[in-house]
Write a protein that binds this ligand. Structure first.
Ligand code: SF4
Length: 366
């Protein structure tokens, strides 16, 4: 696909668009793009406008910052107020509202909060600041969790005693299962996340077709990848079949990345986790195994956390379950904007509300 000329790309896009329209005729369908990177690519490239009106794309719970619950933010904020603690975090997390504050506000008031681009950078801060307890805010899916696991292994090898992880890592397949089990998020097919699948492979999604008879296609991130994946879903729906297919085979091997999975299971174990909007989902999180518990912030640094409060009018929970498009939220584009987010879905560049605001505000109606 990368080697195609512009003319070839246009022809292929026209073919997929035409065929999707034919296959969708007489139906009303909802396809969920699970991953936030897909959401952004769909908005940037105008794919929604290319699809017929009876094929609706809805975003799912695949933006890691968006699904991180207030409780986690409140814990990170409470840690940041301790004078002997340095918080290291991806920049996206700074503006996410907790119950009564944000990390950005705490930083402005003097908390030691550093933005990092990887967990390994957090490790460097720990090595250079032996007088501080350096906590890495480990937020992300199967894609980023292996690097946090590698940082823990490296800290162990280096006998670092001031590096800690506050884990909010999450697993995508259990969240999809929870969405389907709830019976509320009516979805006719899933565009599955390419990056996550490159780590976990295809097998963890088998239940979609086997237990729920729902088609799934692992998709790449170029606009043509997404159009082709929608076309592949439409073919299955038209044929009344349900399979797991891989549109992104140039990057996603069937078996995923066994080395990354080995590091993950060496350091982490599956545990129940709370997702914003979806509540507690069995086996959808990752906690640090007993062998590496010296690096678990919660087990080693006592903290008192304020009682969790949710922003009362924010509809992020419904947005993350595909039950509501952002423009149907009364705060969208008014009280809630990227420079003043009320909910997490307006913070991250991969957040559905942020993508709607940046690329589509006022142009698409629910
Ligand atoms: S527009 Fe803002 S308040 Fe409304 S659901 Fe999105 S993030 Fe929440």
């Amino acid at each position: 696909m990368l080697s195609m000329t512009n003319e070839e790309v246009k022809k292929a896009a026209a073919f997929f668009t035409r065929e999707i329209e034919k296959l969708a005729s007489g139906r009303s369908l909802r396809l969920m793009e699970v991953c936030g990177t897909h959401t952004v690519s769909i908005f940037k490239s105008g794919i929604r406008q290319l699809l017929p009106e009876n094929v609706e794309l809805v975003s799912g719970p695949g933006c890691p910052v968006c699904v991180t619950p207030n409780e986690y933010l409140d814990t990170a904020i409470a840690y940041s107020r301790k004078s002997d603690v340095m918080i290291t975090t991806f920049g996206d997390m700074l503006k996410v509202p907790g119950s009564s504050s944000t990390l950005a506000k705490e930083k402005a008031q003097g908390s030691d909060i550093r933005i990092v681009y990887s967990s390994l950078e957090a490790l460097e801060f720990a090595a250079k600041n032996p007088g501080k307890k350096v906590i890495f805010l480990a937020v992300g899916f199967e894609t980023t969790a292996p690097t946090a696991a590698a940082a823990i292994l490296m800290a162990d090898e280096a006998h670092l005693t001031n590096f800690y992880v506050l884990s909010a890592h999450k697993l995508v397949p259990p969240a999809l299962r929870a969405l389907l089990a709830s019976g509320k998020s009516h979805v006719d097919g899933f565009l599955l996340p390419g990056h996550v699948s490159a780590i976990i492979g295809l097998q963890p999604y088998d239940f979609l077709s086997k237990e729920y008879h729902i088609p799934g296609v692992v998709a790449g991130f170029e606009p043509l990848d997404i159009l082709q994946a929608v076309y592949m879903l439409m073919l299955q729906i038209h044929d009344q079949t349900a399979r797991l297919e891989n549109q992104y085979s140039r990057i996603v091997p069937k078996e995923g990345n066994p080395s990354a999975c080995t590091i993950l299971s060496q350091v982490y174990q599956q545990t129940d986790a709370v997702w914003r909007g979806l509540g507690k989902i069995p086996n959808s999180g990752m906690s640090i195994r007993e062998k590496y518990q010296a690096f678990d912030a919660l087990l080693n640094i006592p903290i008192i956390v304020e009682e969790t409060k949710e922003a009362s009018q924010c509809q992020c929970g419904k947005v993350l379950r595909g039950l509501l498009q952002p423009s149907a939220c009364l705060l969208f584009g008014k009280a809630c904007r990227p420079e003043h987010p009320i909910g997490s879905c307006m913070v991250s560049v991969e957040g559905t509300c942020a993508a709607w605001y940046k690329y589509g505000a006022g142009r698409w109606q629910v």
